[in-house]
Design a protein around this ligand. Structure first.
Ligand code: GUN
Length: 296
């Protein structure tokens, strides 16, 4: 059984980022990322902080906007518009989910698609479906695909089952796995909360992508012998007696599933570090594409 280390693969991606950042610096360019958080959800705050920190570690320009929960739709739109116009900012990310009074779809549509490093804007969703390489692909599924490639997992012709149909992970993951080329060419099934007899479906899978958002949901009965399991879940569960009072667990019941697997990602140290590395890579790509746009 192979444990696929996201920490190791993310470091490789970040090394490529450092090389690209140096090449841009030689041209007088520095990629800039703006991360916007509305409200004070503790998990979202932690994600936003770690994105900001990673930017600074790499020497990227980073702007972190932490807005109060009382921020109105119009105020948030004004912030997005200002970032769209800011030439030092190449990537804009509004942390999801926003508070309930915010119309998230309208905010996403307001982001300049050329700066939408999350890949959530309709233009980028369409580019992914069209296999247009100039688009931005959501960071988490892009990181999962990279993990499969780096771990030497053959996706071509494989039965891949994606469990979860979110806009952030499930849907783009399915599109990536069915696209032509490395990390693609799979036969893809998308299962979700309304799927009948889920274990019967996932037991057909050579590759399972677990993106349900429920702790330890995928158990041994869901997995065939020799499957590859990618665990996207980051769930906070109570852990009395620990310093923080909680711990992070995946969507996969790791202890019972891992012994059946050919390969599996751990939580933490699996998909998590990849998401942030791919965000850095997307921000660099946005800067590179902005440059070639200028030269046209
Ligand atoms: N919330 C959970 N994952 C993500 C992500 O990749 N991007 C944004 N903007 N919000 C998220």
């Amino acid at each position: 059984m192979q444990i696929i280390s996201g920490t190791v693969v993310a470091e490789k991606v970040l090394e490529e980022c450092r090389r690209d950042i140096a090449a841009l610096a030689a041209l007088g360019k520095k990629p800039g990322l703006a991360v916007v958080l509305v409200g004070d959800d503790p998990a979202s705050r932690a994600y936003v902080r770690s994105k900001d920190k990673k930017c600074r570690d790499l020497g990227l320009h980073s702007v972190k906007l932490e807005l109060p929960v009382t921020t109105t739709q119009a105020e948030l739109l004004a912030h997005v518009e200002a970032l769209n116009q800011d030439p030092t900012i190449h990537g804009i990310l509004v942390q999801s989910p926003p508070p309930p009074h915010i119309d998230e779809a309208a905010i996403v549509r307001a982001i300049d698609p050329a700066k939408d490093v999350d890949g959530f804007h309709p233009v980028n969703v369409a580019k992914l479906a069209l296999e247009d390489p100039t688009g931005f692909v959501p960071c988490t599924p892009l990181g999962c695909q990279r993990l499969l490639i780096e771990a030497g997992i053959e996706t071509k012709g494989a039965n891949a089952v994606v469990v979860g149909r979110s806009m952030i992970v499930g849907k783009p993951m399915a599109l990536l796995l069915m696209a032509k080329g490395p990390g693609g060419d799979a036969t893809v099934t998308v299962a979700h909360s309304r799927t009948r007899d889920l274990p019967a479906i996932t037991r057909q899978a050579d590759i399972i992508i677990a993106a349900i958002g429920r702790p330890h949901f995928i158990t041994a009965e869901h997995v065939k012998e020799g499957a590859v399991v990618i665990d996207v879940g980051i769930n906070r569960v109570e852990a009395p007696g620990t310093e923080k009072g909680y711990k992070l667990v995946g969507d996969v019941a790791y202890d019972e599933v891992a012994p059946k697997c050919r390969a599996i990602t751990p939580v933490p140290g699996g998909v998590g570090p990849m998401t942030i590395a791919m965000l850095m890579a997307n921000t660099i790509k946005a800067c590179q594409q902005a440059r070639s746009e200028e030269r046209r």
